[in-house]
Design a protein around this ligand. Structure first.
Ligand code: 26Q
Length: 763
């Protein structure tokens, strides 16, 4: 599977000649990218047909990021490929322009991608199944401080990592049309272990040219409709994160993906000569949130179509399915209108009703347990009722699921509930994005930590010796990020500044507003002299707002206005800078997490299921400024609360506060906060749109003013943030950074997938 330098060069030249009619010297970046990728693909061994049980990870999102570097790294040929190209006068770095495969929104989609990497690297037989969206998550830019969205044409660089498996095409039937589902397979390489798992993404196509029988079954007047709708199913990823819109096209996407996947799996199972009752011995299915939960009634339908009774089919499903919940936000728990679903998928609807009847026949109290009620289908309840295991994604989150969100279910089925704390792959999030730091660690403790992250604990005994290198490398990473920001966002920031970073999706519960208001507080404090000796700090933001999420877009506008105010004021130029980085994505994140001095994880306690960005920063040696929420809690357990900066109301306190909360009182008692808040309405900022005024109102008036306790937590946040800024630069502070890095072991996705394999999949 390995090539020497000469063989590499020959292979690339051959592909360039055959596919593009060109040579290495004149090939465009895109052509060269295609040729290098295809040269790698030519090395992929044929999949061995093994009789091991496999897990299928069903997910509407896979946020893979750029494939080329990660693939070369995992195959152990990154340096060889680099050498081979260099000698030909070309450079791997040219591919930095290649579009990210952004077939996901944020945490949930990136988690799926990290789990694919880790499973392959651990030799765990896990395959991903999802949708090949024509357009991924929109590209973001700012115009006058407002977010603008553009289609993400990720295929314009071609898709050399995928193989179209036309022969595995299946038909997916809706009441009003039948479409072809064509699979595209992407190999998932384990880290230097020869394992190749698979990510199968389905693309919808019109049926005509393919299957004349299916075509003829349809009435003539439906032809045009089906032709129109077929490809539309996979047109675009819904850009929502932690909210749900009840759009029927979204339901079509979900059904399309799971129906195709299950038909494919059942067909292969039968072709291997195995009985369908034995399916649980060969397969299990992990449902990545509620988005693929319609797989449950679909498998019931398929199995009954093969001659099983409902009871028999149900028994198979109850062994095969498992469900991961990623959010407690009511607005993200999927519910579908029963009439709409029965119109679109009448047979599937019958299966859902049969599940509801079974629930009743099992003697569950319908006041507390229901799948269908008042003509609404509750997908999470369906998932819990049928699944063998239900898991949350961090200790605190699983605790809240048990005690609140799914309390009744937990009381009735305690054995189903498990916690599996999220993790990240250390290959992409350290070896690839911070290679110098990785080499530096290798020199001290060897390289076992690449695949056994617990071993990174070994650096703790060498912290004094590592400090100088750590600071130098962080400095270099900061300089690189600063140069990128200059080029990409047009703002000059000095690498000597403290880099205070908040990058994640934009959501009210994540409280970018809290950070924004603190920036204004510092700004006015420096201006009026009440804050002295402020250490020069760059406040860096990155976040996409769902296009339909008004408040989130208002926050972006607000922060961009703050940036205009601060960066345009000569008085504070040597003290602070504010940048809202455009189009934050996986590739941008790789540059950011190795260059940050502060990781802002400041959600209202109880709201962030886990967070995984927090882990990426920790791995790269960054302290967390955060609340006791999500995985922050476990980060403190592992690395010590004293080595991080924790503030704010706890989950228990939030509950109490909400009983009597009056944000106006808080503001009246805190003139500095009031001043920062007033900028939303006092003309400091341009606001012809009226958005900022709405933002002000959401914090101060209405039914639930300041739902996420931004104003309540402000004073404590600023107190701890000021402490952090004072500590920065001391040796004690640098040690905290490395202690965090040393104690990141738990947050390896290798550990997470091993837990899934042992506790849930039983592979
Ligand atoms: C649902 C219906 C219709 C349209 C969109 C959606 C939708 C899409 C994406 C709902 C939710 C999401 C994404 C949720 C998500 O990313 N949750 C995050 O999951 C991470 C991985 O577990 C956690 O670390 C984060 O805390 C959690 O916010």
């Amino acid at each position: 599977m390995k090539l020497n330098k000469k063989q590499w060069q020959e292979s690339i030249a051959r592909i360039l000649r055959a596919e593009y009619g060109t040579d290495v010297q004149s090939a465009t970046k895109k052509e060269l990218y295609g040729a290098v990728s295809r040269a790698v693909m030519a090395l992929v061994p044929a999949r061995k047909k093994e009789d091991k049980k496999r897990c299928a990870y069903f997910s509407a999102e896979f946020l893979m990021g750029r494939a080329i570097y990660a693939n070369l790294l995992n195959l152990g040929i990154l340096d060889e490929a680099e050498d081979a190209l260099k000698e030909l006068g070309r450079d791997l770095a040219e591919f930095e322009e290649v579009e990210d495969a952004a077939l996901g929104n944020g945490g949930l989609g990136r988690l799926a991608a990290c789990y694919l990497d880790s499973a392959a690297s651990k030799g765990i037989p896990l395959d991903g199944y999802g949708i090949r969206y024509r357009y991924g998550l929109f590209r973001q830019s700012f115009v006058d401080g407002f977010q603008h969205e553009e289609g993400d044409d990720w295929l314009k660089w071609g898709d050399p990592w995928s193989v179209c498996c036309e022969r595995d095409t299946v038909l997916v039937r809706f009441a009003d049309l039948t479409v072809r589902a064509v699979p595209y397979d992407m190999p998932v390489f384990g880290y230097k272990n020869g394992v190749v798992n698979n990510l199968r993404l389905w693309q919808s196509e019109p049926v005509q040219a393919f299957d004349f029988t299916a075509f003829n079954e349809m009435r003539g007047d439906q032809t045009a409709v089906s032709n129109f709708n077929a490809s539309k199913i996979c047109d675009v990823l819904y850009p929502n994160d932690n909210t749900m819109t009840g759009k029927i096209l979204r339901l079509r996407q979900q059904y399309f993906m799971v129906s195709a996947s299950l038909q494919d799996i059942v067909r292969a199972h039968k072709a291997a000569g195995k009985a369908l009752a034995e399916l649980p011995k060969s397969w299990c299915f992990q449902l990545n949130d509620t988005h693929p939960v319609i797989a449950i009634p679909e498998l019931l339908r398929i199995l009954e179509g093969e001659g099983m009774s409902f009871e028999e089919a149900f028994a198979v499903c109850a062994k095969c399915f498992n469900f991961t919940n990623h959010t407690i936000m009511a607005e993200a728990l999927e519910k579908w209108d029963a009439l709409a679903l029965s119109d679109l998928l009448p047979d599937v609807y019958e299966e859902i009703l049969a599940c509801q009847r079974k629930l009743e026949a099992d003697g569950l109290d319908t006041a507390r347990f229901y799948i269908v009620r008042d003509n609404v289908i509750h997908m999470a309840n369906l998932a819990i009722f049928v699944s063998a295991h239900v898991n949350g994604v961090a200790e605190i989150h699983t605790g809240i699921l048990k005690a609140e969100t799914f309390r009744d279910w937990y009381e009735r089925f305690p054995e189903k509930f498990v916690n599996i704390t999220n993790g990240i792959t250390p290959r992409r999030w350290m070896l690839l994005n911070n290679p110098k730091m990785a080499k530096c660690i290798d020199a001290v403790i060897g390289s076992d930590w690449h695949t056994d992250l617990g071993k990174i604990k070994g650096i703790e005994a060498h912290i004094p010796a590592l400090l100088a290198d750590f600071k130098r490398i962080k400095g270099e990473n900061k300089a690189k990020l600063a140069a990128y920001i200059k080029e990409h966002d047009g703002v000059d920031i000095s690498p000597d500044f403290i880099f205070d970073v908040q990058v994640k999706r934009l959501h009210e519960y994540k409280r970018q507003m809290l950070n924004a208001l603190s920036v204004l507080y510092f700004y006015f404090g420096i201006k009026d002299g009440s804050i002295k000796d402020f250490p020069p700090t760059a406040f860096l933001f990155g976040a996409k707002a769902a296009p339909g999420y008004y408040m989130a877009k208002a926050v972006i506008k607000f922060i961009n206005e703050i940036a205009r105010l601060v960066n345009g004021d000569k008085d504070v130029q040597d003290k602070m800078k504010v940048v809202f980085m455009q189009n934050y994505n996986v590739s941008y994140a790789e540059k950011i997490v190795c260059a940050a001095d502060i990781s802002e994880q400041i959600s209202m306690a109880g709201m962030e299921a886990s967070g995984t960005g927090n882990m990426k920063f920790m791995l790269n040696g960054t302290v967390t400024l955060g609340t006791m929420d999500g995985a922050n809690v476990e980060i403190c357990e592992e690395a010590g609360r004293e080595n991080n900066y924790i503030f704010g109301a706890t989950v228990e306190e939030v509950k109490e506060i909400k009983k009597f909360y009056c944000p106006r009182e808080i503001v009246e008692q805190n003139p500095a906060l009031k001043r920062a808040l007033q900028t939303l309405i006092d003309g400091t900022m341009q606001d012809e749109s009226g958005m900022l005024k709405k933002l002000y109102e959401s914090l101060t008036t209405g039914y639930q003013p300041d739902r996420y306790l931004v104003l309540y937590d402000f004073a404590d946040y600023v107190r701890v943030k000021e402490q952090l800024l004072r500590d920065y630069g001391s040796e004690a502070f640098d040690k905290k950074c490395l202690i965090n890095m040393a104690n990141v072991g738990k947050f390896s996705a290798d550990r997470s997938v091993t837990d899934y394999a042992n506790l849930i999949w039983k592979l």
